[in-house]
Design a protein around this ligand. Sequence first.
Ligand code: HEM
Length: 206
Amino acid sequence: MDAKGKIYAAAFGIILLMFAAGMLAPQEQQVTLLISGFGLLALVSLIFVVALPIIARISRHPFALKALSLQRQIGICVFLFALVHVLLVLHFALWWDLSLLLVPEAVFVLFGVVAFAILAAMAVTSNDFSVKAMGRNWKRVQMLVYMAILLVPLHFINVGQVFASNGWLVGAVVLACIALVYFRFRPKKSLPALPSEGAPQTAGPK
Ligand code: HEM
């Protein structure tokens, strides 16, 4: 099995393990734990995949560099974790009644819906064919991940019942997400170079 196949196999193994662990909980808590567990797994793996280029550049660790070369496949796994979370919510919390998403109280659930749509768009376009076919629009779609990484913590904090009550975890997640967006969009130093610093002189008419 090649490295890409191993990533998908690992993701499948994690999903099975999560279900097995969920089954060990008391029956009345199983659904909540599974929904929350897959939501958190999707969020943490989303942070990891967005942070990968920074981790690889700073650490230069072979594991980080290898993971960076598999970033697309890891991104698809993030989508799969989110998909399990969404399917569990649809089946056990919304009973497939999508009109429940349109009530005012569900606004922070809708943040999750938008983030999920972004992850889906990214997963569908994570292939060489889309890169070629979409040209510059491909990069634009990929940049939407920064919108998702701001929406999901708001969703997490406002609708979470399990992990959202852990202040340390919430703090770490919020800090990580803000830091990732800041590092991507921070103003780059673009002051004009001084002539003494070797800026090319124009040779115009005197
Ligand atoms: C169609 C899209 C989505 C819907 C309808 C949805 C719905 C929900 C609901 C109803 C809850 C509350 C569950 C409970 O505690 O019983 C929840 C929690 C959560 N969701 Fe989502 N979600 C969506 C997308 C996402 C995505 C894309 C992510 C992450 C990438 C995510 C991460 C989380 C997290 C971390 C929690 C809180 C876990 C906790 O502390 O309990 N959700 N979601």
